[in-house]
Design a protein around this ligand. Structure first.
Ligand SMILES: CC(C)(COP(=O)(O)OP(=O)(O)OC[C@H]1O[C@@H](n2cnc3c(N)ncnc32)[C@H](O)[C@@H]1OP(=O)(O)O)[C@@H](O)C(=O)NCCC(=O)NCCS
Length: 302
């Protein structure tokens, strides 16, 4: 699969981060934990020439597509180098900062978007019991300037049409998904995207917000407690299509239970209301699905 990536040096020299860069970027910019930064420095020293060449090519794929949409399809990191994708991402931080500056985006927002890397390192450690970044390619949206964190939510320029839609994404860290938090974020996005990408959006009326998530499954309403925010969030969307009938095991195992997808149902944790509610549904053979929908702004009073 690496043959889909640009060749080493195709765009510009790969500014491979050294140990000091890795530590500083992770601790000062990405809000990572000290043990993740230590392990990333150690793993950098252990990269063999083939892994270094792959990291170079991953970096090239970012540098060649600054300002592009969504995130790039990267190969999964090899078993022996679970942090491989991290280094080209860190190498691209100056490219992202230059892109943001050129578009008038505050450094504060650049820092916010990078903080997701620290979160996903924590998340990987929780799921797999060691440092790793299994969704490194997700961050190619962040580093290429497509994805931005505005308040509680992340928004990303996405979609194949000439006028891209704005995808909505929800980090785990950042507090409850209240309607007020969602409204504040969406209001910000309505102003942000036409200002930052005037060649794409003439004004707020041009924006279409879409979301694909396990959070949008209306069946959750029957299983979560009355006060739960998740069904209220799902109800903001006009759903499209029936959802994947194969279910959404990988997302539930990851986001709800924080466990690898091959964990047997009987070994899933039952530590909080959400886990107990989804488990009750699993035991009742509820066909949980990820759903795709368009945000209905009027339901937010916008
Ligand atoms: C999306 C999210 C922020 C919603 O959190 P929320 O606003 O607290 O959601 P709800 O109000 O519906 O939660 C209902 C209950 O489940 C708990 N809960 C919800 N998500 C939880 C999570 N990820 N871990 C632990 N408990 C959680 C809440 O604390 C609440 O418990 P309570 O009834 O004892 O008070 C949260 O589920 C989350 O962090 N998910 C991970 C990220 C994710 O799934 N993103 C989307 C990817 S497609």
């Amino acid at each position: 699969m690496t043959q889909d990536l640009p060749l080493p040096g195709a765009v510009k020299a790969y500014p491979e981060p050294d140990a000091a860069d890795v530590r500083e970027l992770l601790l000062d910019w990405c809000g990572a934990e000290a043990d993740d930064a230590d392990d990333a420095v150690k793993a950098l020293g252990a990269l063999d020439p083939a892994a270094r060449e792959t990291a170079d090519r991953l970096y090239q794929s970012i540098a060649a597509d600054m300002g592009g949409r969504k995130w790039l399809g990267w190969p999964k990191p090899p078993e022996e180098h679970p942090l491989l994708g991290l280094y080209p991402l860190l190498a691209a931080v100056p490219d992202m900062l230059a892109f943001h500056r050129g578009r008038g985006i505050d450094e504060d927002l650049s820092r916010k978007v990078l903080a997701d890397i620290g979160e996903k390192l924590r998340f990987n450690r929780r799921i797999h019991g060691r440092a790793g970044l299994d969704v490194a390619n997700w961050f190619t949206g962040h580093l290429r300037g497509a994805l931005h964190q505005l308040g509680r939510l992340q928004f990303c320029v996405e979609g194949p049409d000439p006028k891209p839609f704005v995808g909505m994404h929800i980090r785990g860290e950042g507090g409850p998904l209240t309607l007020d938090a969602v409204r504040d974020s969406v209001e910000w996005a309505l102003e942000f995207f036409p200002t930052v990408f005037p060649e794409r959006y003439d004004g707020p009326e041009d924006l279409v917000f879409m979301c694909e998530s396990w959070l949008l499954d209306p069946q959750l309403r029957d299983w979560l407690p009355e006060h739960s925010n998740i069904p209220g969030f799902g109800a903001l969307f006009d759903l499209q299509g029936p959802g994947d009938p194969a279910g959404n095991r990988s997302d539930l195992w990851r986001f709800v239970f924080g466990r690898p997808e091959d964990t047997p149902v009987e070994e899933l944790p039952q530590d909080n209301t959400l886990q107990r509610s989804v488990m009750a549904g699993l035991k009742a053979d509820v066909p949980w699905r990820n759903r795709f929908g368009r945000l209905n702004l009027s339901r937010l009073g916008l």
